[in-house]
Design a protein around this ligand. Sequence first.
Ligand code: DGY
Length: 323
Amino acid sequence: MFNIFVTSRIADSALKMLQEIGNVVVWEREKTLNGQALLNKVKDKDAILTMVNNNVTDEILKNSPNLKIVANCGVGFNNIDIAAAERHGFVVTNTPDVLTEATADLTWALILGIARRVVEGDTFVREGKFTGWLPHLFIGNMVYGKKLGIIGMGRIGSAVAERALGFHMEVVYFNRNRLSKERERELQVQYMDKEQLLRESDFITIHAPLTEETYHLIGRDELKLMKKDAYLINTSRGPLVDEMALYEHLKSGNIAGAALDVYEHEPKIVDGLLQLKNTILLPHIGSATHETRTQMAELAAKNIVNVLTGKNPMTPVTKGWRK
Ligand code: DGY
């Protein structure tokens, strides 16, 4: 029997898959395990199923001699030291595809929510301030027919673009690699360099992974290029945006608003952002639907089952994994 550690409660169906091949210990508490506490739990395990807020460091990897696989329950894996995992010969896997549509849906909830002041309106009603229809109450901006700028045109960026067709938007994108002409035609999107996209778009939404190259992809200089009535949406990773610079631009009205699901120093948030009305702030719930979280956990579990039983992982992110 294998020893498997799961850092958070997961769907029963996924847990069952793991229990069929091993002894499974699940961390049931809300407090996220990290550092020495995480090491203490995983050091004698054959496999760990982690969440995106468990930092799997070199220290943890090199002190876990039985470990064969770290299955991250998330498409992003910037919480894992991949270079160290490759050095030690461990497999690291993620959960791509299964969360694409849920994350694209939430991105759209944010686009619509920030433009039409949905959260502000809701708060107003709950506070008992709605005393009757007024022509100037919560005037927002149109989404229909506007220009959407997508930074990062992978699976999620593309799913966001598909939805924009229904809103008759002009969609421009910036990506490390340009899509094929055929794919651009299919999605009805136009490639643009980042600066021009920032200058022209009414809504800018970020869907790139966090890497050394994408850290502060949207910093002070980039924010300066945005139109005064433009919105920034981020459902990818917080550190892609310089949060302090964003706060300053929002406060001084240099841009119209921001809708964020992720933060630079998660779960901490730059203090001033909480006081601003032209923001929507969500607690990193891009993939949080019943269906998606179940599929993510099942895919992570399947990766563990495969690796421990000598088969290939379904979705490895490390090169040269050990079978
Ligand atoms: C991911 O998959 O990377 C998400 O951020 C977690 O929901």
